[in-house]
Design a protein around this ligand. Sequence first.
Ligand SMILES: [Zn+2]
Length: 260
Amino acid sequence: MELIFGLSFLLLGIIFGSFINAWVWRIENNLSVAKGRSICPHCKHKLAWYDLVPVLSYITLKGKCRYCKAKISRQYPIIELTTGLLFMSTYILLSPASIQGWVQLGIILLISILLVAAYIYDAKHMELPEIFMLPAIALGVVYFGLNIIWQGYTAMIPQSIAIAVFVLAYVALWYFSKGQWLGAGDIRLAAIMALVLTPKQLLVGVFAAYLIGSIYGVFIIIKSKKKRGVKVPFGPFLIIGFYFGLFFGTQIANWYLSFI
Ligand SMILES: [Zn+2]
């Protein structure tokens, strides 16, 4: 039964991954998400359902458009598989056994759809659009509010402090660097992380984000042989950090604390 549920969430995530790809593409091209059929961006040929099967179409078409043989971006199957794995892992991590657990899982999966979309957009355009970030913040507030109702306010005081400290630190960084080190989108992302993650998960997640981000930054500087003017969006690393904290934060923090 567990296995069937796990595989169902994998499949569900792959389908949502396909939706995310289409959604981001439509936002990049200023199209409405509800209107119009999918087309090949190269030859504008309308795509049939069998061209749009997540992952499988990419494999059977060998990564090329059926009609004009233009290369299809690897982004599509990678995002589909990643979203599938995220959905499955989140289900296994939370393994809901009550209505509360299923509600929490549902909210985190909805936030994940928005964060994966934000990840793609920020990696490509160095911007975290409001259309992804604002609904994700709203979902984060609902998630945190439900935790207060279910666990009682006193149990949530440490996280309330963590949210205030973390978001204020980001606002201060943004203010004093005049928006040079981070953008308004990063503050929103920080708020989403703090609303969903426990303080331990948040600390580990943020640490992981900066560690991975700096390693990547050094790698890019070496590769481009430039010392200045290399801009790397930080949003994707915070999003990776969010999942790192969610999945491993509690264990890593407890392990670290056991030495003190
Ligand atoms: Zn084509």
